[in-house]
Every structure is written in structure tokens, then in C-alpha cells.
Ligand binder design. Structure first.
Ligand code: PHE
Length: 472
């Protein structure tokens, strides 16, 4: 085994190829697929967004995913340190590590607001569990109560600042517990137990849901391409969603790549990760929108889709309380395997940089992210008028929670991806890249073309037209 940064203790790592795949799929599949994807698709008009999103995953996300895991595996260290090593080996400036420092910062920010939504998921687990106890197994959820009551659950939670902050703290504390235990006995443990459970529940609920909703209407909504709807902001939202969902641009996949053994083919595993993530997002859309349409609800309900529309759907289903409970337990599993990866990126960096033990480094990251997350949680209630960047069009009307989301998905992630593409495509030595990417022949040339030309160029254009739509 290789040794860690102190040169003595063995370096942490995944115990097998499948452990890496489960952990990386676990990082990718999360609230981004189940909650953010339907919300973004609905807010951005459906089909055009979805098809452009798929385009972004294949031609931008996938090559960047391979680039990130490759940097991590070659560097075998925290993300900035891995970039620095590759730059040094290629005879280039060590300042390239800034690209990964942005990433680590981005992961920290996402962690802070991700755990707020994780808290909402815990709340719904509790709500459905108590409903199951109260109304029994066979009937629908919240039997005999009007749909408005079910819809009011989320605003009810938002109005209770103490509960919001408490649940946020609980979710981040659970994340802390697993990350502080280390890569193989904490992070890998979560992934190997929870991801199979997630996929089992996901399949069961989707099959069940496919028989109960307005399926064809949902398919038409999600896959009809209307070119006139593809505006700059919609494109930026789609690229941001692709990065968010694939865990890219925030050093997370670099960090996980550093724990991968030499025997793993990174191109193959990147394909599996991106394929699984996209499949889950699309299936989640196909599970949620039929219910929305069947219940006559609006598809642009945003964050409320998963937390309000879906529970209304569970109302009219046989076994609704049970299905609802299983659904939110499943989302909790998916969210936890993502939040551990968000916490691991800054933790690995701090641990290495300050030469701290893992538990201490994890604790510092947790406390700092929890505090930032409190501001995000309060932006739904006591601090809703606080719009720190409201004077900029991109952040118009946004409270702290939305600002953190926009800063990461629409700025840090695409910029991080541009820098990563340039670094791998132009700065790092070819020989070194060739030995890591697991590709050969035309496929390798195509990947290099994407990383060198298409990704930086397309992302720059999308950023510009997304932030300044009046240019078009
Ligand atoms: N991809 C995760 C999700 O979809 C979120 C995430 C983003 C995780 C960035 C790690 C890094 O829920």
C-alpha cells in the first residue's frame, strides 16, 4: 500500500473497484436528481432544458468527470495538492492548484445548503412515519385531509426557524459521523449499504408509480424540444444542473479519484457513473411529473415539486403512507451518500494542509458549514428579506439559500470545469494524461478534442449568454 502525506501511515483508499463505483455513484445521485432536477426542468420550461441537459452530460460532463478522477488518481492527494503535483511533473506553475481551491470552496458552500434540504427530507420521513402509525397500512397518506393541508406542510416547516435549523444540524451531524470515520470504514460503508438499498426502493416505487399517473403527458412535457425555449439562462441552468448532478467542478470527484487503485479503468467507470446518474434523474422526472399532471398541479412549482406535489400524489395511492415513507427514506439515503462526498473534499484538504487528524479536520469543516447553512435555513423565514447580491440581475430576488445555490451551480462549477479542461487538455503533460485515462485510439482523440476545445469554448459561451442574456 502507498503511504499518506506523513510518509508513514498507509494512505486511505477504496477497498475495491466496485466500492469506488458505489461511492462515486452515491456522490452523483442525490437531491440533485430527485429534488433539483424536476424543479429546474419545470422552472425552465421542460423539454428544451431536459434535452440540452442530456447534451451537456454527454459532451461536457462526461469528459470533465474523467478529467477530474484522472487528476485525483495521479495526484493521490487532496484536490489542490493533486493538481500541484501534476503541474510540477509537467514543468508548469504550481498556481494551477487555485482551480482546485475554488473547487474545495464550492464543495463547502454546496455542503452548507445541501444539509438544509437534507433536513427537510428528515422532516418528511418523520411526517410519513407518524402518518403510517396513525392511519394504518392500506389507505392513502393523510387520509381524509384536503390536499391543501399536505401542501401546507412545507411552508409550515419553513415558518418554523428553530425546527429548520435543528434538522439541518441533525443532517450535517449524521454526515460528520461517517466522514470522521474515514474513507473505507465511513464513506465506503455508507455507499455499499445505502446505494443498493436506494436502487431497490427506487425501482419499486417507479414501477408502482408508472401505473398510477398521467405518464404520457409527462413524457411529452419532458422530451418535446422547442428550440425557442432554449435561451441563455436556460442553457446556463442546464449546464449548472449537469455539473451539480454529476458532482463536478467542486473537487469532489478529484478527491474520490485520489482513493482509486491503479488497476481501475477511469474512462469505463466515468461512463457508468454518468449513465447511472442521468438515468436516475430522468426516471425521477418520469415518476414525479405524471403525479403532478394527474393531480392537475403546475409543473413549475420549483422546490415544491418533490416536497409538495409528490406527497399529494401519495394521498390517493393505496399504501400511500408506506410508499411515501419509503420514498423519503430512499431520498435520505441518496442525499447522505452525496453529502459525505461534499464534506470529504474540504476535509481531505484541511487534514493535509494543517496536518490534522481526520476527526478534528472533519469537525472544523462541519461546524463552519453548519453555520453558513443556518443563514441558508433562515432565508426561508426570519431572514427572507436579506438579499445580499440582489442588485445583480443573476441574483435578483434571491435570499441566502438561492444565492449559495446560484454562486456554485452557475459560477463556481462552470468556471472550475473550464479550468479543469484547460489544465488537462493543455497544461498537463500528454504522457501523464495518456497513462491515466484508460482510453486509446479514436475515442481518446475525441475525448482530447472535447477537453481541449469543446468544453472550454462551449462553457465560456454558455456562461456569457447565461449571465448576460441581453447579448443574444
Ligand atoms: N451530485 C449531488 C446530487 O446530485 C450533489 C453534489 C454536488 C455532490 C457536488 C458532490 C459535489 O445530489
Amino acid at each position: 500500500a502507498t503511504t499518506g502525506s506523513d510518509g508513514v501511515t498507509p494512505r486511505e483508499g477504496w477497498s475495491s473497484r466496485s466500492a469506488f463505483i458505489l461511492a462515486a455513484v452515491g456522490s452523483a445521485v442525490g437531491l440533485g436528481n430527485m429534488w433539483r432536477f424536476p424543479a429546474e426542468a419545470g422552472a425552465n420550461g421542460g423539454g428544451a432544458f431536459v434535452l440540452f441537459y442530456i447534451f451537456c452530460v454527454v459532451l461536457i460532463g462526461l469528459p470533465i468527470l474523467l478529467s477530474e478522477t484522472l487528476i485525483g488518481r495521479h495526484g493521490q492527494a487532496s484536490a489542490p495538492e493533486s493538481v500541484r503535483k501534476i503541474a510540477a511533473e509537467s514543468g508548469k506553475s504550481s498556481h494551477w492548484d487555485t482551480l482546485a481551491s475554488f473547487g474545495v470552496t464550492g464543495a463547502f458552500i454546496v455542503l452548507s445548503f445541501y444539509c438544509v434540504v437534507g433536513g427537510w427530507v428528515l422532516y418528511y420521513v418523520g411526517v410519513f412515519a407518524s402518518d403510517l402509525v396513525a392511519t394504518g397500512l392500506t389507505g392513502g397518506a393523510f387520509e381524509g385531509r384536503p390536499a391543501e393541508d399536505v401542501e401546507a406542510l412545507l411552508p409550515g416547516l419553513f415558518g418554523n426557524a428553530g425546527l429548520m435549523v435543528g434538522l439541518h444540524a441533525l443532517f450535517i451531524a449524521i454526515t460528520f459521523y461517517f466522514v470522521s470515520r474515514g474513507v473505507s470504514s465511513g464513506i465506503e460503508w455508507v455507499a455499499t449499504w445505502l446505494m443498493p438499498a436506494f436502487f431497490f426502493l427506487f425501482l419499486a416505487i417507479t414501477i408502482y408509480g408508472a401505473f398510477t399517473g398521467a405518464f404520457s403527458e409527462a413524457v411529452a412535457y419532458l422530451f418535446t424540444f422547442d428550440a425557442s425555449k432554449l435561451t441563455g439562462p436556460v442553457m446556463l441552468a442546464a449546464v449548472g444542473q449537469a455539473f451539480f448532478s454529476l458532482s463536478l467542478g467542486v473537487a469532489g470527484m478529484m478527491t474520490y479519484g485520489a482513493y482509486v487503485g491503479r488497476d481501475v479503468n477511469l474512462a469505463g467507470t466515468s461512463g457508468i457513473i454518468a449513465g447511472a446518474d442521468t438515468a436516475v434523474a430522468l426516471i425521477a422526472g418520469l415518476a414525479i411529473f405524471p403525479i403532478v399532471f394527474a393531480a392537475g398541479l403546475e409543473p413549475n412549482a420549483g422546490p415544491g415539486l418533490m416536497f409538495q406535489s409528490l406527497p399529494i400524489g401519495f394521498q390517493n395511492m393505496p399504501f400511500g403512507s408506506l410508499v411515501g415513507l419509503l420514498f423519503f427514506v430512499m431520498v435520505f439515503f441518496a442525499a447522505l451518500t452525496s453529502s459525505v462526498s461534499l464534506m470529504e473534499a474540504p476535509t481531505a484538504w484541511l487534514k493535509e494542509k494543517a496536518n490534522l487528524g481526520r476527526p478534528v479536520a472533519t469537525l472544523i469543516v462541519t461546524v463552519a458549514a453548519a453555520l453558513l447553512g443556518v443563514l441558508a435555513a433562515l432565508s426561508f423565514n426570519t431572514m427572507s428579506d436579506f438579499q445580499p447580491l440582489g442588485f445583480l440581475p443573476l441574483f435578483e430576488g434571491q435570499g441566502m439559500f438561492d444565492v449559495l445555490d446560484t454562486v456554485t451551480s452557475k459560477i463556481l462549477m462552470p468556471v472550475g470545469a473550464i479550468l479543469t479542461a484547460v489544465f488537462v487538455g493543455w497544461i498537463a503533460e500528454r504522457r501523464l494524461i495518456d497513462s491515466e485515462n484508460g482510453l486509446s485510439g479514436p475515442l481518446e482523440r475525441f475525448w482530447l478534442f472535447l477537453v481541449r476545445w469543446l468544453c472550454p469554448a462551449a462553457l465560456t459561451v454558455i456562461l456569457i449568454v447565461g449571465i448576460f442574456p441581453s447579448i443574444l
